[in-house]
Design a binder for this molecule. Sequence first.
Ligand code: LLP
Length: 432
Amino acid sequence: MNDTTFLYRDDAGIPKLYCEGSALDEIALKYGTPLYVYSREQILQNYKSFSNAIKKTGNKNWVSYAVKANSNLEILRILAEQGAGASVVSGAELLAALKAGFDPKKISFDGPGKTDDEISLAIRSEIFAIDIESIQELSVVNDIAKSLDKKAGICIRVNPHVDAKTHPYISTGLSHNKFGIPFDKAFDAYRAAKSFSHLEIVGLHSHIGSQITEVSPFVEAAESISQFILDLREQEGIVIKHINVGGGEGISYHNVVMHPLLPNDELVNSVPSIDDFVSSVATILSRTGCTINTEPGRAIVANACALITKVLFTKSNGEKHFVIADAAMSDLMRPSLYQAYHEIIPIQINPNSIQKKVDVVGPICETGDFLAKDRLMNDAHRGDMLAVLCAGAYGYVLASNYNLRPRAAEVLVDGSSYKIIRNREQVEDIIG
Ligand code: LLP
């Protein structure tokens, strides 16, 4: 992956964590905690890794951004300005993408349960494609397009039955998952699509899962997709011109920011480069002659953000040590939901601190409310601030008001300046 834009700088012998040229303690003091802080530069670097990799594969190919990973309007604007496409999964995400300035001709609409209103909005917005998940959906989209006197561009989402080797909750390309249409039924779906008067087949869509850390599942999916496309052409005379290979390119959540005064993270999960992900798939798909796009979310925004949290209390119950932070599962759900690992580091390193194993937990009244378990960390004290790294994807978007906790604020850093890009929710906003 890229060099991180979160790094320690020495401040009179105390290492202090910065995002680009801005000190995180200063930002957190100004806006309070918990606080999501994003690096504009990191988002751009990540996007450019994809756009450069995809450019090498052919000049008509493009990169979309999966809005579900982070739908903050300012972040969407950064990516829209770069010419990215967008992949959306709800009417509201579609409206946000349009508002941020994404070209409708590069927007696709995924998801197994679109409402009639959402389908109608997509057709009226003349987006690139609605990704179809069943034959029933084909006929509904056709009817709505007919009532609007328009043609709807569609991709059939195939389910290639590939094991993405990731957490079962975020694996989508196996036949027992709810997504897509298996290859043996996809022939029928394309035949049906061809027969509908108000549909235009623009391509094929597939997405096999998220946080995939090997190239092989993508390669396996690409091989069966290209064979399917060639068979469809030969046997049915149906020509697919575009393939959306989905997102899912994994990142490393380990050893993101290192410092000699911090414990060594022994778990190294090495991840293929974006170039490797993209080129391996593109090489296989090139025999179809199709244009391609990928729709990453996590790999564009995850490592561009730290969730800043303040230590409220520390305590020990026998052998067990707890650091009770002001961020909870309602702010960052991933550890509770997927037992996901997020590196947690101090905003200021005390050179004399000792290291011990702790659980970093939130204030919510559930044992499942934790940010880290049995984690070796520098000793933390009441009032210290911690940074939970790689929180930019599926962080704020999964936040809730559980325990009537207002959602955190979001700040965007650009060099040595920064600005608020979403205000902290106020108690009055949520108690009604
Ligand atoms: N395309 C489709 C059709 C998707 O369903 C997804 C993610 C993406 C693209 C983007 O995948 P990415 O590049 O971000 O892996 N909440 C989970 C991840 C759920 C992913 C859902 N679909 C997590 O926090 O790990």
